[in-house]
Design a protein around this ligand. Structure first.
Ligand code: URA
Length: 441
C-alpha cells in the first residue's frame, strides 16, 4: 500500500477501505508518513468528504491510535458530557456535581481553551491549588469515592488526533464536518464512558454558525457513537450569545458557584437540567425526563450539588474556601464599565467577539503554547431581549493592562446590536438527536 495512490483515490472521489484508513493512521502516528502527504489527504477529504463507513473506520482507527481508557473498575454507568465549544460555557462545572449528587458517576477528560472558546481545565485551574493532572489510578479511585473526577487529556489519548488537528489548523481543513466528528468522537470513545452527551453549539460563538450544520454534525456523531455501541445523545443548543453572564476563567468559577447556590443564571441552570435529565434517564437512574428534572432541581435546593462541588475541589487539591470567599480567586487589577449610549433592547450579541474580547484581555490562547491570565474577562449585564436605558451598564471588563482594556472595550461595544423595538428572547435548547432520530425540543 502506498500513500500517493490513496490520496489520488480520495482526490477522485472514491471511498477508501478500512485497510487504507488504518494505513494512514498508522503512518501518521509512527511518523513514517510525511506531513505533506497527510495534509494533501486532509484537503482531499475536505473537498470529497467521507461516507458513513469511512467516517466510522477513521474514528475507530484514531481512537485506537493510543491509550484506550478502561473505566470498568468504576462501579455502575459512567457518563461524559462534551461541548463542541462556546463562550461562557461552564455547564460541565455545574452539571457534574449535580449528577454526582444524584449518584451518577462522572468520569471526564477535558481540554483547554483555544481561540475565542474557553476550556474547562483552565477554568478549574483558576481555583488555587486545583490539580488536573492525575494518574489513571487516582482518577478511577476518585470517581469511586466521590462520584466525580475531571482531568486533562493524557498525552497518549488519541495521538492521531493531536497530529491531524494541528495539521488541519494550518491547512484550512478544520471546518470539514466528518473531520470534526471523527476528532471529537475518537476522543470520546477512547475516554471509556458508557454514555456520551454531546452539546452541539450553533450560532455566532460556535464552530457551527448555522443550525442545519449543527444538526448534521450531531447526527454524524450520534451515528458513530451508536456504531461503537455507546449510548450517544446530541443536543443542539444556542451559542448566539454567551451562556450565563460571565466570560473568563475565574469569573466563570464565581458564576458556577452562584449557580450551585441556586442563584442562576437561568440559561445555565436550564441547560444543566435538560442535559442532566437526558443522562439520568439514559443511565436508567430515572424513568422519565420530568422525574429526573425534579431530582436535579432538588440537588440545588438541598445544597447537595454545592457540597459535592466542595468535595470535588478538595479532592483535586483546590482550596474549598473559594465557595465562601471569592477574593481567594485570581483578581484583575482594573475594572471598567461599558455604558449604553442609547435606550432600547438588545437585539443581538456577536458572540465570537465576546470570546475575542476575553482573548484580548489575556484570558484566551492564540496558540496552544500560550499562557493565559485567569483573572481577566467580561461580565455582561444585558443579554438578548433585555431592555436598557441610556447610561445603563451593558457589561463590565476585568483586566490588568489599560491599553488592552481600551481596545477590548471598543470590541465589546461593536458586539452589541440594539433595537428600538422589543426583541424576543432566544430559544436555548433546539434539537435532540439520538437513536430515535432528530426531534425538535
Ligand atoms: N473539537 C475537537 O475536538 N475537534 C474538532 O475538530 C473540533 C472541535
Amino acid at each position: 500500500m502506498e500513500m500517493k495512490s490513496i490520496i489520488e483515490k480520495k482526490r477522485d472521489g472514491y471511498a477508501l477501505t478500512k485497510e487504507e484508513i488504518q494505513f494512514i493512521i498508522k503512518g501518521c502516528v509512527d511518523g513514517t508518513m510525511p506531513e505533506y502527504q497527510l495534509a494533501a489527504f486532509l484537503m482531499a477529504v475536505y473537498f470529497r468528504g467521507l461516507n458513513k463507513e469511512e467516517t466510522a473506520e477513521l474514528t475507530l482507527a484514531m481512537a485506537d491510535s493510543g491509550e484506550m481508557l478502561d473505566l470498568s473498575a468504576i462501579f455502575g454507568m459512567k457518563v461524559d458530557k462534551h461541548s463542541t465549544g462556546g463562550v461562557g460555557d461552564k455547564t460541565t462545572l455545574v452539571l457534574a456535581p449535580m449528577l454526582a449528587a444524584c449518584g451518577l458517576p462522572v468520569a471526564k477528560m477535558s481540554g483547554r481553551g483555544l481561540g475565542h472558546t474557553g476550556g474547562t481545565i483552565d477554568k478549574l485551574e483558576s481555583i488555587p491549588g486545583f490539580v488536573t493532572n492525575m494518574s489513571r489510578e487516582q482518577f478511577i479511585s476518585q470517581v469511586n469515592e466521590i462520584g466525580i473526577a475531571l482531568a486533562g487529556q493524557t498525552e497518549n489519548l488519541v495521538p492521531a488526533d493531536k497530529k491531524i488537528y494541528a495539521l488541519r489548523d494550518v491547512t484550512g481543513t478544520v471546518e470539514q464536518m466528518s473531520l470534526i466528528a471523527t476528532s471529537i468522537m475518537s476522543k470520546k470513545l477512547a475516554s471509556g464512558s458508557d454514555i456520551i452527551l454531546l452539546d452541539v453549539k450553533a450560532g455566532s460563538g460556535a464552530f457551527m454558525k448555522e443550525e442545519t450544520d449543527a444538526i448534521a454534525l450531531g447526527q454524524e456523531m450520534v451515528e458513530i457513537g451508536l456504531m461503537a455501541d455507546k449510548e450517544t445523545i446530541a443536543i443542539v443548543t444556542d451559542m448566539d450569545q454567551p451562556l450565563g453572564y460571565a466570560v473568563g476563567n475565574a469569573l466563570e468559577i464565581r458564576e458556577t458557584i452562584e449557580a450551585l447556590k441556586g442563584n442562576g443564571p437561568e440559561d445555565l441552570l436550564e441547560l444543566c437540567y435538560v442535559f442532566g435529565a437526558y443522562l439520568l434517564v439514559a443511565a436508567k437512574c430515572e424513568e422519565s425526563l420530568e422525574a429526573a428534572r425534579i431530582r436535579l432541581i432538588q440537588t440545588i435546593k438541598s445544597g447537595d450539588a454545592l457540597k459535592k462541588f466542595v468535595q470535588w475541589v478538595e479532592m483535586q487539591g483546590g482550596n474549598p474556601l473559594v465557595v465562601e470567599n471569592y477574593n481567594l480567586l485570581p483578581k484583575a487589577s482594573i475594572v471598567m464599565d461599558l455604558i449604553s449610549e442609547s435606550t432600547g433592547f438588545v437585539e443581538r450579541i456577536q458572540c465570537e467577539m465576546i470570546g475575542k474580547v476575553c482573548q484580548k484581555l489575556g484570558g484566551g490562547r492564540v496558540t496552544k503554547e500560550d499562557s493565559i491570565n485567569l483573572s481577566v474577562g467580561v461580565v455582561l449585564h444585558k443579554k438578548v431581549g433585555d431592555r436598557l436605558e441610556e447610561g445603563d451598564v451593558l457589561a463590565t471588563l476585568y483586566g490588568d493592562d489599560l491599553d488592552h482594556m481600551k481596545e477590548a472595550k471598543d470590541m465589546l461595544f461593536s458586539a452589541y446590536h440594539l433595537s428600538k423595538t422589543p426583541v424576543t428572547k432566544r430559544k436555548l435548547v433546539r434539537w435532540i438527536i439520538s437513536k430515535n432520530g432528530v426531534e425538535k425540543y
